[in-house]
Each structure stands twice: as C-alpha cells, then as structure tokens.
Write a protein that binds this ligand. Structure first.
Ligand code: ADP
Length: 441
C-alpha cells in the first residue's frame, strides 16, 4: 500500500473505531449516524481546501500557496516547493534573456529574430535604424512586407544563406548594408545587418584610382605609339621633322615618368601614418633650394620673391617637406601666366609656423576648393597637362602635411590669384635658430 493510502487509513481509523464503539453502546443505527456525520465534516473540510486550491490556481503568482492540515498540508507544501523551483528557474531564464538582450543591443550590427514564417519576433535598436523596423509595432509582421527591396526578397526566397546579400538601407541615406540570414532552432532565422558603406567607398575609390591611372597613362602612350608608327612607316620624313617628333615623344615620356614618380611618392606616404626620418630642417637652406628650382622652372617669365620672416627651423622629414613645399611653388609658377608675380614666405602665425605661396594667376572658383587635394582632381585639365601636371601634387602636399600634424589652407579669387598656406603646429617648430643649424650650402 502506498504512503498516501496508509495516511488515508490512519485518518479514517479513529472515526470508524469511534463509530463502532457508539454502535456497540447505543445501537448500530446511532453508530452509523455518527460515522456519517464525521464523514460529512471531513467532506466539508476537504471541499474547503479544494476551494482554497482552486482560488490559488486562478492566480498563483499573486497569492501565497494556501496552508492546510492533514493530507492537504503535504499537498500544499509540495506545491510550495514546486513553486519555488519554478520561480527560481524563471528568474534564471529572465536573467539569461536580459543578458542576451543587453548583449544584442550593445553589438554594432543589427539583429532581428525571425520566426517560422519569417515574422519579426524581436530586433535590436541598430536593426531598427538600418532596416526601418520597429521592435514593438512590427512584432509578428512578416519581414518580406517590411523590406521590399528585390535584393532582399530574392535572398530570402533563395534559401541559400551561405553568402550575405548587399542592399541599400531603406531608411539611412547613402548607406549600404550587408544582410546575412542564419537559420537556427526549428525553423527560426537570425537576420544580421552590417553597415558596409565605408568598405564600399574604399572599393569605389580603388576602382576610380585604377581607371584614372590607366587613363593618364593611355594618352601619352598613344601619342608615343602614334609617332613611332609614323616614323617607322615614313622613310621620307626629314631630320627636322623627325627631331620634332622625338622631342614630343620625350615630353610624353617625361609626363609618364612624373606620373609614376608621384604615384610612388603617394604610395610611400600612404604606407605609414607618421613622417619619415625626423630631423631639424634648416628652412633658410630649404627656401634657397626652392627658390633656385622656381627660377629654373619659370625660366625668367615671372617675378619670384622668397622671404624668410621667421628665423626658426622645422622638425620633420626634409625629403617630404621639400616635396610638399616645392609642389606648392611649382603649381604657382605653372598656373600663373608669364609676367605674373609669385611670393613664397616662411613666417609665423601666433605660435604656429606657416609656409605661404601667393600668386596673381587665374585663381580658382570656390566650388573646386574642397576637392583640390583629391587624387587626379583638376580644375583645368588641359592646362594641368600642358604644364606637365599629374593631378597628384596637392594630394601629396596634403598627405605630407597630415603626417606632420600640419594643415593646408587655400584662399583663391578667380581672376585675382591664389594663396596656399601650410600651417605647422608650434610643436613642429625647432627651438634652434637658423644660425645654430648645420647649414650645408
Ligand atoms: P596638377 O598636377 O594638375 O597641378 P595638383 O594636385 O597639384 O595637380 O593641383 C590640382 C589642381 O588645382 C590643378 O589641376 C589646378 O587646376 C589647381 N591649382 C593648383 N594650384 C593652383 C594655382 N596656384 N593656381 C591656380 N590653380 C591651381
């Protein structure tokens, strides 16, 4: 016999014995009546406990487990134990859910949990921003009705989620997203969205760069090829014309050499963020060297003035600084028509040191100024080519200055001229004066 029935028997034994004794003393009818009365009281007690149980079951979270006596005491105490175990595992579960949600909210990617029918069950704030869905309002709504881009609907229908799909964000302007679906559980899916706009821009820049370089090289190569064909096919060309062709070919070859040289310089500058070998640059000597180069480039066509107003040196890579400043000077000479004036100066602005090149050339329209330091950006393509420009000069200047924590300022008025200023921070100014610097003339 089970424990339960033993306890039932123990509970009933006394009323039955009591009724038998009454029956022996006062007759069986009285004994039976007493037994019935006792059983009725028992029934009422059990009904009361049953009522308490029913009331508790209606709202077990809000009410305490009822207390009972006899058989009910054990039943209620077992229920109480059960409740405690359940509430412990529930709080563990809700702590785990909280942890998951705060982790999912912290990750920089969008996360959407999709149910069996690809309906939204939950999403983090990044997914709300990327995809324009709402964690509360869109719960239960199929994702395909909210994200209608063909790239996404085809990806969802393909059932092949090995590779991510790429699509434009429906809400964020100019944002490209990588969308990856990851099946999990029975038939659920995790949708992950990542902003890959920066990566896309780099890929686009690389494409543009390759196209630009190919274009820049194709023109001189075509010219050289054309002249060579003419020379090979025509024995009758006289020596003066032949010399003229050879000179033109040499020009084009120099143009290609300049381009390759500038590309190598740029690639070297881009391979590290910091300036090359740092040294104390004697600015007087550098200015003298720039002045000589400027005069030879101008070939006496311009009035050129070099001024040293700040008797300090500069800490940096001499080769890089020379290349940057000489680009500014050569631009001024190349773009200023014959008869123009060019003034280069090394001076100070507050605690900063500045190298400025001013010309009274054609000037540059304001709309071009923000883009001048982009690779291959030119205002006047043919003028740049005529003067041997590669379109990379100011890009090199910007890189060199950035590596020296300096900046380039450009002021220009069309028809009046331009002022290019390289501003070096005070910490780049050498405390040694020019006189104490080792000057190699
Ligand atoms: P480029 O090799 O074509 O000179 P840069 O990068 O040095 O390339 O300059 C970019 C463009 O900026 C030039 O093509 C030219 O249109 C413009 N520019 C630069 N310096 C001057 C200047 N001093 N005066 C007028 N335009 C200039």
């Amino acid at each position: 016999m089970s424990q339960f029935w033993l306890r039932v028997a123990a509970t009933l034994i006394y009323p039955v014995l009591f009724s038998v004794l009454i029956g022996l003393a006062a007759g069986w009818a009285v004994g039976l009546g007493v037994l019935s009365a006792i059983l009725l009281i028992y029934l009422l007690i059990h009904m009361r406990y049953l009522g308490m149980l029913e009331r508790w079951l209606k709202d077990p979270q809000a009410r305490a487990v009822p207390e009972g006596g006899g058989l009910w005491e054990r039943a209620f105490s077992s229920l109480y134990q059960l409740m405690r175990i359940q509430s412990r595992s529930q709080s563990k579960l809700s702590a785990a859910v909280d942890r998951f949600q705060s982790a999912a909210q912290a990750i920089p990617d969008g996360v959407v949990i999709l149910g069996e029918d690809d309906e939204i069950q939950w999403c983090n704030p990044v997914a709300e921003r990327h995809l324009g869905v709402d964690n509360r309002a869109d719960q239960g709504r199929p994702i395909k009705y909210l994200l209608r881009q063909t790239a996404f609907t085809e990806y969802l229908a393909s059932q092949n989620y090995a590779e991510p799909a790429v699509m434009k964000s429906p809400t964020l302007h100019d944002t490209t997203l990588s969308i990856q679906l990851v099946p999990f559980g029975d038939a659920q899916k995790l949708l992950l969205s990542r902003d890959i706009s920066a990566l896309e821009r780099v890929v686009q820049m690389r494409r543009d760069f390759v196209a630009n370089v190919s274009h820049e090289l194709r023109t001189p190569l075509t010219v050289v090829g054309g002249f060579l064909e003419t020379l090979l096919d025509n024995d009758s060309i006289d020596s003066a014309e032949r010399r003229h062709f050879e000179e033109l070919m040499l020009d084009q070859t120099k143009r290609m050499q300049n381009l390759v040289q500038d590309l190598l310089t740029l690639s070297k500058l881009e391979s590290s963020d910091n300036a090359g070998t740092e040294e104390c640059i004697d600015m007087r000597r550098l200015l003298r060297s720039l002045n000589e180069d400027a005069k030879s480039l101008s070939a006496g066509q311009h009035t050129i003035e070099f001024v040293c107003e700040f008797d300090v040196g500069l800490v940096g890579s001499e080769a890089e600084i020379h290349s940057a400043l000489s680009n500014l000077v050569s631009n001024a000479i190349r773009y200023t028509p014959a008869g123009g004036h060019i003034k280069a100066s090394w001076g100070r602005r507050g605690a900063d040191a500045v190298f400025a090149v001013e010309d009274d050339g054609p000037g540059i329209d304001a709309q071009h100024l923000p883009r001048l330091t982009e690779r291959f950006y030119r205002v006047d393509r043919s003028r740049s080519r005529e003067t041997g420009g590669t379109g990379l000069g100011l890009s090199i200047v910007k890189h060199v200055l950035t590596r020296h924590q300096a900046r380039l300022e450009i002021q220009s008025t069309p028809g009046k001229g331009s002022l290019f200023t390289a501003v070096f921070p005070a910490r780049r100014v050498s405390t040694q004066t020019q006189a104490t610097l080792q000057t190699v003339s």
